[in-house]
Design a protein. Structure first.
Length: 412
């Protein structure tokens, strides 16, 4: 759970800092002197210290960075050293020389940390590190739930440096893990026994991939049955979606669509690629079956549902009312839902009704509502999350009426 701000721990002896000595923020007078020492300034500088402490407290929400999916052996010191090093490597230290990280709080049980930077601008620069590999694990870098961009902008420079050298740490601007961008494809409904190699072979029927990310369970390492890819040639994007969406794979049906919707029609050159790829898929089917993977009924067919897509998805069998009582647990659940729901499209809002403290009945308790910018993202989330096992229960995902959601009617 996210701790109160006052519970942040120091990171220990980081190069360029003294253990136990509070570090001054650039451009701001220190608000605490070591070892109980005091200074008397005839101009009254001492009287500014309470205001200075308030300033540092006010900027903390905008200087913190959420880092999730940490490797098991990570600790405060290794996290601080790593992020200070990569910030220096990419040119993200807007406050000058020294270590960008001044504080780290880590939750070992839930494998996340809050990393506090020296300035608001450095925290914004750190957002570009999403997906960076730390101790062999690709970690998530996000804003904390209490981040307010309007307040951050009022605290001074808050925009990231547009000239960060992300290549120095093997990242590409705007390309988290190589599978972000306007031509990013969501691939859902994958049989759990399909290996990453087999899925790549299927996708590469339409051309070489620039990136592929098979989403796996953090604890078991098993496939969750969906992933994302992006082709080197953007022309292959809509061709692959047209050919693979609705494809029967054993007892599964693939859902393949752009993570961001495109209205461009398939042209004649794309149709030629599509025909060649369909022949390749047929050959691959025979290869997989010869290798002992039985895929009965494989073929392309339309997916039919009786539901009218909306921009709002309602999930049930995901949480219990008891899990929503504690404020810290509630914030952590919200963060997890934002992180998971954001994989399928532009997520605008997450609503999780909570039980009333006085015991009164509250509509919608036990439900999670995900509001997307478009129906495409909502549909991708529905296909990926519906039917997933969670705590022994099977998650139910249904479209929710937008007018009811906007009226805060969560009991329908």
């Amino acid at each position: 759970m996210a701790p109160p701000v006052t519970s942040f721990l120091g990171v220990g002896a980081i190069p360029g800092q003294l253990t136990g000595v509070p570090q001054a923020m650039p451009g701001i007078l220190q608000n605490m002197l070591p070892f109980g020492a005091t200074q008397v300034n005839p101009l009254g500088a001492l009287s500014l210290m309470p205001a200075q402490a308030m300033t540092q407290q006010a900027t903390r929400h905008a200087r913190r960075v959420y880092v999730g999916g940490l490797p098991p052996l990570a600790n405060e010191q290794t996290i601080a050293t790593f992020f200070s090093s990569v910030m220096a490597a990419i040119g993200g230290n807007s406050a000058g020389t020294g270590d960008a990280v001044v504080n780290v709080y880590i939750n070992h049980e839930k494998k996340f940390a809050f990393v506090e930077m020296r300035t608001v601008e450095e925290a914004s620069n750190a957002m570009s590190l999403d997906g960076i590999v730390f101790e062999g694990v690709s970690v998530r870098v996000r804003r904390p739930t209490d981040y307010n961009p309007s307040l951050a902008a009022a605290l001074g420079p808050s925009q990231p440096n547009p000239h960060l050298n992300l290549a120095a740490v093997r990242l590409t601007p705007g390309m988290v893990g190589g599978v972000e961008g306007p031509d990013r494809i969501f691939v859902g409904g994958l049989p759990y026994y399909f290996t990453e190699v087999q899925i790549r072979e299927l996708l590469e029927s339409f051309g070489p991939l620039r990136g592929f990310d098979l989403v796996k369970d953090r604890d078991t390492g098993n496939s969750k049955g969906y992933g994302f890819c992006i082709y080197k040639d953007p022309m292959a994007t809509d061709v692959a979606c047209a050919a693979l969406n609705g494809l029967k794979m054993g007892d599964k049906t693939l859902t393949v669509r752009r993570a961001t919707m495109s209205n461009e029609p398939v042209n004649s050159e794309q149709e030629s690629i599509l025909a060649q790829a369909q022949q390749h898929i047929a050959l691959q089917k025979m290869t997989l079956q010869a290798g002992g993977v039985n895929l009965p009924g494989i073929g392309i067919g339309p997916m039919t549902t009786g539901e009218t897509p909306t921009k709002v998805l309602c999930l049930t069998e995901v949480i219990t009312s008891d899990e929503l009582m504690d404020d810290g647990d509630y914030e952590e659940i919200l963060e997890d839902m934002r992180d998971e729901g954001g994989k399928f499209g532009l997520l605008k809002n997450v609503v999780i009704p909570r039980p009333a403290a006085n015991g009164e009945q509250v509509a919608g308790v036990g439900k999670v509502f995900l509001e997307y910018a478009d129906t495409s993202g909502c549909a991708s989330a529905k296909d990926a999350l519906g039917g997933r096992k969670f705590g022994g229960n099977t998650v139910t995902a249904v479209y929710y009426a937008e007018d009811k959601f906007y009226d805060m009617d969560y009991g329908a």
